[in-house]
Design a protein around this ligand. Structure first.
Ligand code: RTP
Ligand code: MG
Length: 136
């Protein structure tokens, strides 16, 4: 059964020219792109997107970072797309958790600048896709 997940190439990934690399890995895995958009992130969208972290000490930095430049938002589709993309992304900490061969393991060094976002559950995917792609 096919499902959809929200992927973001974060501002660090766009600035570093890694959008193609992310898309390539999604496609090579066998997942497909249902929608894609390069866009500036409004603060209200960033706050809503990361609402689960609003009481964390890093929330302010996280908002600053995610609104610091354009992101590429992608609705990714395929069997077990949510888990499949989390596997491609690797763990949150790019050194201690993400292993080589994953996007974060191969291309990132710091937790704050970890290149990509992927929805972490069916509930998150539904909520996030409504926020980023209301017309999909
Ligand atoms: P994401 O939501 O961006 O896909 O990342 P994730 O599920 O792997 O990690 P999550 O716990 O949801 O954290 C969201 C993002 O917040 C930043 N972060 N900074 N300074 C810190 O300790 C810290 N912890 C998390 C990261 O950019 C992380 O991806
Ligand atoms: Mg998360």
């Amino acid at each position: 059964m096919s499902e959809r997940t929200l992927v973001l190439v974060k501002p660090d990934g766009v600035k570093r020219g890694l959008v193609g690399e992310v898309i390539s890995r999604i496609e090579r895995k066998g997942l497909t792109l249902a929608a894609m958009d390069l866009r500036a992130v409004e603060r209200s969208v960033a706050e809503e997107h990361y609402a689960e972290h609003k009481d964390k000490p890093f929330f302010g930095e996280l908002l600053e970072f995610i609104t610091s430049g354009p992101v590429v938002a992608i609705a990714v589709e395929g069997p077990r797309a949510i888990s499949a993309f989390r596997q491609l992304a690797g763990g949150t900490d790019p050194v201690d958790k993400a292993t080589p061969g994953t996007l974060r393991g191969d291309f990132a060094l710091e937790t704050q600048f970890n290149l990509v976002h992927g929805s972490d559950s069916p509930e998150s995917a539904e909520r996030e896709l409504k926020l980023w792609f209301p017309d999909l």
